[in-house]
Design a protein around this ligand. Structure first.
Ligand code: PEP
Length: 246
């Protein structure tokens, strides 16, 4: 049995006031979600407010990145311990925006995954191909390499304890989602790479998931939920996606 899981990735959005309103919208509108694990990954400065406002709720939270280092002279970086200090449960690693804009390599992503898991955070490992890679039929090759960088460092069992998110780069923030069948094909491949160790690992789909597209995606055998960007900034839409995961 895998627990359906829906995680919001707020990216660099929302002010303190919007954070307060959005979290109030989620807690006040919370209904019809009984089985699913739900979390929001917020910008670092809003972690304390998020911890305060979600304290009595069933919604977990976390961050969108962390340092591969435990502590030290790393200006501007944030450690796993710091995230834990504010009650974070999850941390996203290897989001395609960080791979692209911050030049994060799969090796660095693997170090971050290990830094998070070692301290007891649940890493959400993002993998996904670009449009060019898909058109050249390199999807499985790319995703296999992104996964293996982490399994070689942390072992299959280590990766299986985290969450994996398949996010085709061409579907993120574009309004263009993979079809449920396209996503299922890649999710099945990811599960195959993880092997029996990954039987209980949640594999989420991410890429323009909306309330209307979520049910068909979640109906696929190997799609256990979603990593949601844009639609996680609207309480009603995010809650509708969470209900669809039940
Ligand atoms: C994301 O960035 O993780 C994401 C899935 O974004 P969106 O839902 O906006 O495509």
């Amino acid at each position: 049995m895998r627990r359906p899981t829906v995680v919001g990735n707020w990216k660099m959005n929302a002010s303190l006031e919007q954070t307060t309103n959005l979290l109030a919208g989620l807690t006040e509108g919370w209904s019809g979600v009984h089985q699913a694990e739900v979390a929001v990954c917020v910008p670092y400065p809003y972690l304390p407010k998020t911890a305060e406002l979600l304290e009595q709720s069933n919604i977990a939270f976390g961050a969108q990145d962390l340092s591969e280092h435990a502590s030290g002279a790393y200006t501007g970086q944030v450690s796993a311990d710091m995230l834990l200090d504010f009650g974070s449960k999850y941390v996203i690693v290897g989001h395609s925006e960080r791979r692209e804009y911050q030049n994060e390599s799969s090796e660095l992503v693997a170090q971050k995954f290990e830094a998070a898991a070692t301290k007891g955070l649940i890493p959400i490992l993002c993998v996904g191909e670009t449009l060019d890679e898909r058109e050249k039929e390199r999807t499985f090759d790319v995703i296999g390499r992104q996964l293996r960088a982490v399994t070689e460092r942390c072992g299959l069992g280590g990766v299986a304890k985290g969450v994996v998110a398949y996010e085709p780069v061409w579907a993120i923030g574009t309004g263009r989602s993979a079809t449920p069948e396209m996503a299922q094909e890649v999710h099945a491949y990811i599960r195959e790479v993880l092997g029996p160790e990954g039987d209980h690992t949640a594999i989420l789909y991410g890429g323009s998931v909306k309330p209307g597209s979520a049910p068909a995606l979640f109906a696929q055998e190997d799609i256990d939920g979603a990593l949601v960007g844009g639609a996680s900034l609207k309480a009603a839409d995010f809650l509708a996606i969470c209900r669809a995961a039940e």
